[in-house]
Design a protein around this ligand. Structure first.
Ligand code: ARG
Length: 280
């Protein structure tokens, strides 16, 4: 056993909980329009590379025993791979998205249909602009909700009413971190990591007050989309380039797994964006 393995064994103290995820194969992935600062239609993309990287993430989840369901990709909806935006699912209740941009609007119908066909009883489409788990993150006791760029502030009250769970409203302030899940990630019950610089001053104060022990991301880790991470309670999947965050996670007893999703980052998305958690 190498020394490194010894350290790893001694410090990985967290327990995973088996999860259900919904993903969408990037069959039609491309960058043909720009609705966030990461997207430049002039930059070439490779559907093959995107698919291979996405499959890497998918296979990691399956390999760890998580159950992954797939929604059928729709031609002409190149951003549909970002399944996190399709809905928010808490306690068996499904609040389907209402997208801000016309380029993504039709994705909502595909998610509505998927949830209805899969037999989820309480499926409702949001009335106000609501980009699903892109902006709504469940901590186990409350929902952290983002606004400023995508989801309408009024969608926060709508979610609170629909789920019957308290919602903490947060305002995003940097257009590069346009969804809450690009600026903050839930690691375990009431444990988070985030990039303070992505939030308004008031939201920063609220976060510091509510989560005094949170992991704070450096600018370098935030810039490589390190906060667009997903945790199963033990394993934290995050963009491979976010090495500083990986070290901080290891110190806290998590097992960070770096994932290469550079092709999808050309559309402004990574690990979390590709994954919607289905909470029965
Ligand atoms: N191109 C997509 C958009 O701008 C990326 C969505 C990323 N998804 C996420 N959950 N942050 O809408």
């Amino acid at each position: 056993m190498t020394q490194e393995t010894d350290v790893y064994m001694a410090t990985a103290t967290r327990k995973a909980r088996s999860r259900r995820y919904l993903m969408c194969r990037p069959t039609h992935f491309d960058v043909t329009y720009s609705i966030n600062p990461w997207m430049d239609p002039a930059t070439p993309t490779s559907a093959g590379a995107g698919l291979a990287q996405w499959k890497g993430l998918h296979d990691l989840f399956v390999g760890l025993g998580h159950d992954v369901a797939l929604v059928e990709p729709v031609p002409g909806l190149p951003d549909m791979v970002f399944a996190a935006n399709g809905a928010t699912v808490v306690d068996g209740k499904v609040l389907v998205a209402r997208f801000r941009h016309r380029q993504r609007k039709d994705e909502a119908a595909a998610y509505l249909e998927w949830f209805r066909r899969a037999g989820w009883a309480e499926v409702h489409q949001a009335e106000y602009v609501n980009e699903g788990e892109g902006d709504f993150l469940f901590t186990g006791t409350e929902i952290l909700a983002g606004c400023g760029f995508r989801s309408d502030r009024r969608s926060h009250d709508e979610a609170q009413e629909f789920f019957g769970v308290p919602v903490l409203s947060l305002t995003l302030a940097d257009p590069r971190f346009y969804h809450l899940d690009t600026a903050l990630s839930v690691l375990a019950d009431d444990e988070i990591m985030y990039n303070p610089a992505a939030f308004s001053l008031k939201s920063r104060e609220m976060l510091a007050d509510r989560f005094p022990d949170a992991i704070l991301a450096t600018e370098a880790d935030a810039d490589v989309f390190g906060l667009n991470a997903l945790s199963d309670g033990r394993n934290v999947f995050l963009p491979r380039a976010a090495t500083g965050l990986a070290a901080q996670l290891r110190e806290r007893g998590f097992v960070p797994t770096g994932v290469e999703l550079t092709e999808l980052l050309k559309a402004g998305g990574s690990v979390k964006c590709c994954t919607l958690e289905l909470r029965a």
